[in-house]
Ligand binder design. Structure first.
Ligand code: ADP
Length: 374
């Protein structure tokens, strides 16, 4: 049995794969309504920050993995001490939990990163801004997602609230990038690794709204170097399972790494319909140390469009219309309560005409969100 800590949409999307491979899942959910808890028979509800709860959950599991990066290190180490395999390990996961630790480690590996520093005081921030220019991007080292925990500041005064906590913050140069890309790889405990093509993650207001796979007009040399960097990071850090490396493509050529995630990732949802092996299947194969599947794309292009919550609570009439309008459309909903702006699903389209796929994906997402009515 594979135990997944966190019952969100990522654990949920592992469920169909687990059914097909006859793998039993158990998910530790935060609430009875958790996206995965609704579809996985074994779905105890409990606090993933509580050691006893997590150890009790893990007792019947053959391997433990995660839906998110927020399980505290002491809980992870207590799990490892029981002898159950934990993938990724706490030693690897720390670099996805803590952006300061990640910057330090990647810099020591000579992986290109934005200029950065750890700052705890207004003086340190002023010195960083004086050296690298304003505005400066400030980040909380832990707990950020979808742009929360990221602040663009033009002076130390603007960061006063954040600095008041006295905790070290990550200061980064504001990178003037061409576009945001992501490299998705998987690595098994035996060291086998596989990489999907580099994708373009289109962002709107700090949220990924669309993924184009592969990234259009990407210079082959950049794709090769970024993929090599992601595989080297996964190997050197001992990552097991799926890892996403988010990068910024630079106008002068090359890239810098933004951040790492060690789990199936939004930038890989296109693989469910666009690749021989989806990231969810690959993650389960990797954490069970099974041979990995082919990451080869099935079609020239796949476009993934995220669906955000809109006004409509009941999506059934909406997707009924979309199914009739576009029989090629693949709809994936997460069973989450609809709240404006919340990621509640995504749609995938594959084919040869990228502009057409984007237009149809956008329409379907807008229709599900209720912003267009026909
Ligand atoms: P989160 O952990 O919330 O996803 P990220 O570190 O990915 O936060 O940052 C969110 C977004 O902010 C990025 O997708 C990017 O658009 C922007 N961003 C982050 N770091 C920088 C930077 N150093 N320079 C310019 N933009 C940045």
């Amino acid at each position: 049995m594979v135990g997944i800590i966190g019952g969100g949409q990522l654990a949920r999307m592992c469920a169909p794969v687990a059914v097909n491979l006859d793998i039993t899942l158990s998910v530790l959910c935060e609430t009875p309504e958790s996206a995965a808890g609704l579809v996985v028979p074994s779905a105890p509800v409990g606090d993933y920050t509580d050691v006893d709860t997590v150890l009790e959950f893990a007792r019947d599991c053959d391997v433990i993995t995660f839906d998110h990066e927020h399980v505290p290190q002491d809980v992870l180490h207590a799990l490892v001490a029981t002898g159950v395999p934990v993938h990724p390990s706490p030693e690897a996961l720390v670099f996805a939990q803590n952006k300061l630790a990640m910057r330090e480690r990647l810099t020591s590996m000579a992986i290109p990163c934005p200029a950065w520093a750890s700052v705890s005081t207004a003086e340190q921030l002023a010195a960083f801004g004086a050296e690298h220019g304003w505005p400066v991007v400030l980040k909380t080292p832990t707990g950020g997602y979808d742009g929360k925990g990221v602040l663009l500041v033009s002076s130390p005064q603007e960061a006063a609230d954040w600095l008041a906590h006295g905790e070290p913050l990550l200061a980064e140069e504001a990178v003037d990038f061409l576009r945001e890309l992501a490299v998705l790889v998987a690595r098994s405990p035996s060291g086998q690794a596989a990489a999907w093509p580099v994708v373009h993650t289109v962002q709107t207001d700090g949220i990924c709204t669309e993924v184009l796979a592969p990234a259009p007009q990407l210079v082959p040399d950049l794709a090769a170097r970024a993929t090599e960097a992601a595989l080297r990071i996964a190997g050197d850090l001992g990552v097991t399972g799926v890892m996403a490396m988010e990068i910024f493509e630079l106008p002068e050529g090359g890239f810098v790494v933004n951040e790492l995630a060690m789990r199936p990732h939004n930038s890989g949802h296109w693989t469910m319909d666009g690749s021989v092996t989806s990231q969810f299947e690959q993650h389960l194969r990797a954490v069970l140390d099974l041979p990995l599947g082919s990451p080869r794309p099935r079609e020239q292009w796949t476009v993934m469009t995220n669906v955000l919550g809109g006004q409509d609570e009941d999506l059934y009439p909406t997707y009924r219309h979309l199914m009739a309008r576009d029989p090629e459309l693949k709809i994936h909903l997460y069973g989450k309560a609809v709240r404006p702006g919340r990621k509640i699903g995504h749609v995938n389209l594959t084919g040869t005409d990228l502009a057409d796929l984007r237009e149809r994906g956008r329409h379907a997402a807008d229709y599900l969100e209720g912003t267009v009515r026909e």
